[in-house]
Design a protein around this ligand. Sequence first.
Ligand code: ATP
Length: 704
Amino acid sequence: MTSIRAPAIERTTTLSVAVKCRPLTERERGNTVRVNDNKEVIILDPDLSKDYLDKIQNRTKQKTFCFDHAFGPHSANLEVYKRSISSIISGVVQGLNATVFAYGSTGSGKTYTMVGTKEDPGLMVLSLRTIFDLINKHKSSNDFEVSCSYLEVYNEVIYDLLEKSSGHLELREDPEQGIIVVGLRRIKVHSADKILELLTLGNNRRKTESTEANATSSRSHAVLEIIVKRKQRIKYRNQVIRGKLALVDLAGSERASETNSGGQRLRDGANINRSLLALANCINALGKQQKKGLAYVPYRNSKLTRILKDGLSGNSQTVMVATISPANSQYHHTINTLMYADRAKEIKMHIQKNVGTIDTHVSNYQKMIESLQIEVCRLRKELAEKESQLSVKPAEKTVDDELSWLNILSCETSENVQERINLQKAVFELEEINRRNRIELQHLDDAIAKRQEGAVVGVLRARRQIILDNIRDNDEVGINYQKEIEENEKHRCQLQDMIDKAISKDGNKTYLRILSQYRLLGMTNTELQFEMAMRDQIIHNQREAQRNLWNLLMGLGLEKKILMDIAAKNGIIIEDWTMMPQLGISDKKQSLVSACGRCAPTGHNQCTDNSFSRSCTFQNYQDFGSRSFSRSPLDTGNTFCREEHHNSHYMLSHDQSPPPHLRLRKSTDCWIGVRPESWLGVPIKHPQNLRTSCPELRTWGFPF
Ligand SMILES: Nc1ncnc2c1ncn2[C@@H]1O[C@H](COP(=O)(O)OP(=O)(O)OP(=O)(O)O)[C@@H](O)[C@H]1O
């Protein structure tokens, strides 16, 4: 029998911004920062030599900002924690996600704020203590499981800080859990002290260096993630709720010119800046999105922004702690940080409780990817053994050189594949956003055509212009991505030629065979991840459509019994009714309130914010209508199916012509199903053992 899941309640809130100013160090001069009323931050002009005229004519660089919270140089971490963080930490034990990240220039106090000292423990330490205090309070009626992971992103590569010698880790997107780091160690913990022990261990492994601005400057972005699973012993026994807390300490950024150094440090700086630049671009786009609707957010431009995606706009209660220094010399950095913080406070978050089940398609894919990964690991090990055998032999230097050169080529190829995947996904997302923009444009055109000139038409026209601008901006980004894909393709061909030539020279047959298999498997693995992400996107869209349908049903005020009867007649089981009493579906008035999507997700039977409930319901339906309905709102079946099938169909075959950005691929390339040759350019020579190690692939029409 078909079954559908009742929707989880969503609540919209904004990203909260706290600013923390650190004390001056002994070497520093000046004091440019004033904090008023725990919210206002005034940055004084550091140029004290300005004369009276400059000042009264407002030719001063003084600037004033206002945030959710502001802390001066004498505030301890505990004060920052109590006022700005503690309230979101308790949500983690209730199944909500929370993210806290420190953003600021080098030496502004990010690590001090996040990690702290023994005397002044930081936000990571204080949050963990709260989580375990809450667990102890509720453990008589609940079973809890807490696990933790700690990673760093260094030079655009992800490392596991809980592993002694971690290899490079890859990212994958999961429809339930968001971005996942494949192979990251997750340790079960029973006390805050144990996590702190792991934190210290991980911090010692973190890449730090002495820079001019900070003696122990962090060169990597570190993410500590705590997952709390909770199962009630009596009520809702089959439900597991899962809260996630991400605590992020970003690397210090400095311009290459400020470091007085080259080589590795210069490369570090470039990569740190690439991540931070990507983060700043995302904050910009998200801030703009609140005013302009569907603008593209370039999460894919760095590993850091992909990891922080949920914390930046998704299902998370997020606090950004912007750290600043009062030193005169830091004036520009301080202003820069505060400008980003100011933009970030516009960002909207959509929070909902995590009560989830795993779909079978996901676990099938996961199994496939896992078995490929095991195979990749086996080959990687074999390769390493072969390498060490070769290095103990007094082999001629030329062979050694050739092999290390081949290794570099192999790494470059894998980077090239990753980049290609990211670009394709980005293009796909862009296309999806513009598809929605075009639907809205169509609705606006229809609405304008039906009305006579007047104030309402003026508003509609203004909105139309915004949407047109968005489409144009997004198209421009798409053209750039196309160029990047072409570049990437060119580079891939060059690499392939070089590898083929090297293999034909035959330095060491076995080694080259393994290397080649390893590379092919790595690519197949990555391809599968891409396909999985694409399918996940379809599932995500379908869920969104389903949620909209629920909103509509609840808005109509249908009683639970009627709904159950209709569902039963159609042979549909409605899962998760346990969530429904909170939605108040049996009560007409309450169902309208619930449909606004802003009810507190736990413990309340009624939306606490009645003042906006009606307008929210309306807003919701408008939104819904503009995105999904092409005819009457009650003509749901056709509209939803058509839209979803359009997507799936497009992904599964090429009967329908793809959108312009995606037409770039060769006609022989297929997404899923029939696959004459891999579109990533892996030649048909797939290794024999892939078939035996991964029999599932045979049913997928792989041509080997
Ligand atoms: N609130 C504070 N009270 C006392 N000292 C502080 C405070 N905040 C920062 N400091 C000191 O300032 C210096 C720089 O701080 P920290 O290492 O936390 O900066 P950072 O922003 O993490 O730098 P980077 O980005 O280079 O890693 C350290 O010596 C630290 O002890």
